[in-house]
Ligand binder design. Structure first.
Ligand SMILES: Nc1ncnc2c1ncn2[C@@H]1O[C@H](COP(=O)(O)OP(=O)(O)OP(=O)(O)O)[C@@H](O)[C@H]1O
Ligand SMILES: [Mg+2]
Length: 264
């Protein structure tokens, strides 16, 4: 069975069409990097997959079912993360609070809840620092806790929205490698949005590029080339390969990475 099927999917927001007539099939167990400039619709697509936004037209199928808000098959790491006002909370508290449905509250968990939190923390290799107050954690360590939250309930699909934002390059690679290990250990499907392609090159099976309301899904080789991206964006795009890195450049400057404003 495929993990995700999009059929002529059109998504609108505030009267504006964000994606129009998108077709795509993602297989179970694939690691998909989702790219596209600010406003291309990456977050909007993830929200539609989660059942938070209804398609204007077309269909979404997730493991053969329509999207369902609160679907236990899908784990989500949102792009806009709640500010953690209570910095004395430990990593354990942060993960446990998601399980209970109370963000940053202090839930009292039963034995099964505690087992789930312990499993998630172990899976993201966070046991060592999970008892420390979060104010003493690095950005990369916090990211692992948020990944642990997304893994609660053992989802088969992981939707990660910009997990690399505000991490330095060394931590970016560590987060990608961790997600890859988790994906392989649990045999799950991953959609991972990002602005920079390079940290994901060793981890992705295929890429989904969004632009101009349209989408292109395929291998890095098939999608990340001048012809395919120029067609998608309707503007000349150049793709340079330098020492194993890929640089995507538009006539007005680099499309990825530097030209983008981040909100986290
Ligand atoms: N809650 C919302 N209400 C109305 N419009 C929205 C909302 N969220 C996003 N939009 C609009 O939908 C379009 C797609 O936004 P989206 O956040 O999906 O893009 P993105 O690819 O995730 O961008 P970024 O790289 O900045 O995260 C944008 O034009 C945005 O302004
Ligand atoms: Mg976004």
């Amino acid at each position: 069975m495929s993990a995700i099927e999009l059929t002529k999917l059109t998504l609108r927001r505030s009267g504006r069409t964000v994606l129009s007539g998108v077709d795509a099939v993602i297989d179970e167990g694939e690691f998909i990097g989702v790219f596209g400039p600010n406003g291309a619709g990456k977050t909007t697509l993830l929200q539609a997959l989660l059942g938070l936004l209804r398609p204007e037209s077309g269909a979404i199928s997730i493991f053969g079912q329509p999207p369902l808000h609160g679907n236990p098959l899908a784990g989500y790491m949102p792009q806009r993360r709640a500010a953690m006002a209570e910095l004395r909370l430990t990593g354990w508290d942060v993960v446990a609070s998601a399980l209970d449905g109370h963000r940053w509250g202090l839930p009292i968990l039963g034995a099964e809840g505690r087992r789930q939190v312990a499993w998630a923390l172990e899976t993201v290799e966070a046991v060592e620092f999970a008892r420390r107050p979060i104010q003493h954690l690095s950005g990369g360590e916090m990211q692992r806790l948020l990944l642990a939250q997304a893994l609660l309930g053992k989802p088969r699909l992981l939707l990660l929205d910009e997990p690399l934002i505000s991490l330095d390059p060394r931590y970016q690679q560590a987060v990608v490698d961790l997600v890859k290990r988790v994906q392989q250990a649990l045999h799950i499907t991953v959609l991972f949005t990002a602005h920079e392609l390079n940290p994901l090159l060793g981890a992705m099976d295929r890429v989904l590029y969004l632009g101009g309301g349209r989408a292109k899904l395929g291998t890095v080789e098939d999608v990340v080339n001048s012809a395919a991206l120029s067609q998608l964006y309707g503007a000349p795009i150049e793709v340079l390969r330098v020492g194993g890195r890929i640089i995507v450049v538009a006539a007005h400057g680099e499309v990825e990475a530097h030209a983008h404003r981040h909100d986290a």
